[in-house]
Design a protein around this ligand. Structure first.
Ligand SMILES: NC(=O)C1=CN([C@@H]2O[C@H](COP(=O)(O)OP(=O)(O)OC[C@H]3O[C@@H](n4cnc5c(N)ncnc54)[C@H](OP(=O)(O)O)[C@@H]3O)[C@@H](O)[C@H]2O)C=CC1
Ligand SMILES: N[C@@H](CCO)C(=O)O
Length: 429
């Protein structure tokens, strides 16, 4: 066999240990597919003494991850520390500036610094790979950047955060309380170090911004992603959605329309018959529409040690094989700048739920607001007790301009009988 590819791994948490385990257990298979052995030379994490449940004694412990970038016996640095800034990006810059390839699972860093890092990599003719950064084990970066590269992609959407999907699925299947399920997702290694990135939609927005750049050839525009997470979703919304024939999912959507890029992460109601309604637990799914291939749907594990390690090692294998493409499908310097689209200018059906005082005239006040805002109701249920002795009213609107539904929800908040701001979610038709 030819020379091994020598790697250094920075970060030995869920993903880092997953990569060590995969490269150990599948060593021969990986070597055969890569055309040469993959040797772990050095490892690094914050604490040397932590028990990680894996034997690391064969690898050099590197006190400072940055030293890997300068080490003569390392060809590729694998960054699995996480975080948009700080040690991760400093290591990424040093690695590429030092002439080594970089593999990362860090979507926050790619979403914030992807363009700069890609230009650095391309200027030095070095590989920069990030398959694990989007949708865990699903090879969607390779699919959009490779297999579907001949297509113009008009739109994409999907479930991009395993933790949120795990929480929503558990709430719908056994009514488990939000905090309890979040803890379970953390224990399983799905959640980010700061889980508010998961439940507030930020992690999905990082991934969406990366996918959109790759799919549309546009500059990464994370700051333009309209982002809303699942924090405000209550058990009543899951129940009412089910009663109306829907499931709640946190969905990221991106499309290029009239030279504007619309990017949005938000909780939506998905009909029970829709493929995304069947995506449960920590699974992710990505759907993309290409002008020759048609609709492509990818589904698989979106988080966790094994699936993420699978994606990281696939990148390492690509590098060992000498495969190299522009980081975002086209040279980074040629990615187009586009302005943000306005979701509220579009139309669609929506779910509106309000907790209201159980007294005469409330329904008339609500329907008057809907009438004044030009919103027509398709179905409505009033059932169940809200806190403060109120009742819940949940409805699905007919297709309406989103701006009008938003205005109706805002006006409802001003009613004395409305006990808390109404919950509004779009329907994914
Ligand atoms: N978990 C998942 O399912 C997935 C995670 N990712 C991404 O992969 C990356 C790693 O995630 P994950 O493994 O879950 O995170 P963990 O929190 O489990 O692990 C992070 C690792 O980084 C180490 N670390 C933290 N700060 C430093 C530092 N200053 N210098 C050196 N090492 C440091 C930690 O050291 P120590 O252990 O000593 O504290 C730990 O080993 C993140 O970018 C994440 O977004 C991507 C897809 C899926
Ligand atoms: N925290 C992320 C990990 C995978 O990127 C998630 O739950 O999807």
């Amino acid at each position: 066999m030819t020379q091994p590819l020598r790697i250094g791994i920075a970060g030995l948490g869920t993903v880092g240990v997953g990569v060590v385990n995969l490269l150990t257990e599948n060593r021969d298979l990986v070597a055969a597919r890569a055309g040469r052995p993959i040797d772990i030379v050095a490892v690094n994490a914050k604490s040397r003494s932590k028990d990680r449940g894996a034997d690391l004694s064969a690898y050099r412990w590197q006190d400072d991850a940055g030293e890997m970038a300068a080490a003569n016996d390392i060809d590729v640095v694998v960054e699995l520390i996480g975080g948009a800034d700080g040690p991760a990006v400093s290591l990424a810059r040093k690695t590429l500036a030092g002439g080594k390839g970089l593999v990362t699972a860090n979507k926050a860093m790619v979403a914030h610094h992807g363009a700069e890092l890609a230009e650095l990599a391309e200027a030095h003719g070095l590989p920069l790979k990030y398959e694990a950064a989007v949708a865990g084990g699903i090879p969607v970066i390779k699919a959009l950047g490779g297999g579907a590269a001949a297509n113009e992609i008009s739109s994409l959407f999907g479930i991009l955060n395993g933790t949120s999907n795990y929480i929503l699925s558990a709430m719908e299947s056994n009514g488990a309380p939000f905090a309890h399920v979040l803890k379970a997702a953390q224990d399983l290694g799905y959640a980010e170090t700061d889980p508010s990135f998961d439940i507030d939609g930020i992690d999905a927005a990082h991934k969406l911004a990366i996918l959109a750049s790759l799919a549309f050839g546009t500059q990464i525009a994370f700051d333009q992603v309209e982002t809303r997470g699942i924090r405000e979703i209550e058990a009543v919304d899951i129940e009412r959605a089910a009663a109306l024939g829907y499931r709640v999912r946190l969905v990221g959507e991106a499309r290029l329309q009239d030279s504007r890029l619309l990017q949005r992460v938000h909780p939506v109601l998905v009909p029970l018959s829709h493929p995304l309604a069947k995506v449960t637990g920590s699974l992710n799914a990505v759907v993309a529409d290409g002008n020759f291939v048609g609709r492509l749907t990818f589904e698989g594990a979106g988080a966790g040690a094994g699936p993420t390690a699978s994606a990281v090692v696939a990148d390492i294998i690509d590098i060992a094989r000498g495969e190299q493409q522009p980081v975002f499908g086209v040279p980074a310097a040629s990615l187009r700048a586009v302005s943000a689209g306005d979701h509220d200018a579009g139309t669609g059906r929506s779910y509106l739920r309000a907790a209201v005082a159980d007294e005469p005239g409330v329904m008339a006040d609500l329907t008057a607001i809907l009438r004044d805002c030009g919103v027509s109701i398709e179905s409505l249920i009033q059932h169940g007790q809200a806190a403060d002795g109120g009742v819940f009213i949940a409805m699905i609107t007919h297709e309406t301009q989103h701006r009008c539904t938003a205005e109706a929800a805002r006006k409802m908040t001003e009613l004395k009988a409305v006990l808390s701001p109404p919950m509004r979610m779009d329907l994914l038709d």
